[in-house]
Design a protein around this ligand. Structure first.
Ligand code: HEC
Ligand code: HEC
Length: 76
């Protein structure tokens, strides 16, 4: 194999490895089944605690999408 082929294969492996690493380390946590979380299913209620500037605000890297139930399941 010539050097360019080796280089391209190495870069492809690095890319795949990076994507797998990101996917494994960015799982969406389940919504706890405690009193705070069973009271309401309304995203507006969720945001009263998890919204920007609120006491349990989501991190800066959180996806910009407020339809919580499309991504988060309830823990059982
Ligand atoms: C009364 C305040 C409050 C409300 C309302 C609330 N949460 Fe939470 N939530 C918390 C607290 C406190 C925690 C645990 C500590 C933390 O992770 O910040 C938590 C944890 C979570 C977690 C797990 C975080 C982790 O890292 O494991 C998710 C997911 C979540 N909430 C989603 C929701 C959704 C969706 C709603 C709306 C149905 C909601 N929350 C409503 C206060 C609230
Ligand atoms: C597009 C999918 C998606 C939607 C919609 C979504 N989340 Fe998340 N959420 C995630 C992912 C992915 C993570 C893990 C982020 C990480 O580990 O970097 C997460 C993490 C969290 C956490 C843990 C703290 C953090 O920021 O990592 C809380 C709390 C949370 N989400 C609450 C909510 C609430 C409340 C809503 C609705 C207002 C919501 N999420 C909507 C995908 C989503």
């Amino acid at each position: 194999m010539n050097r360019r082929v080796v280089l391209v294969l190495t870069l492809m492996l690095a890319l795949v490895g990076g994507l797998v690493f990101f996917t494994v380390t960015h799982q969406r946590p389940k919504v706890p089944a405690d009193a705070d979380h069973l009271k309401s299913d309304d995203p507006q209620a969720c945001l009263s605690c998890h919204g920007r500037g609120k006491p349990h605000a989501r991190t800066k890297n959180h996806p910009l999408n407020d339809h919580c139930w499309e991504c988060h399941e309830r823990a059982r």
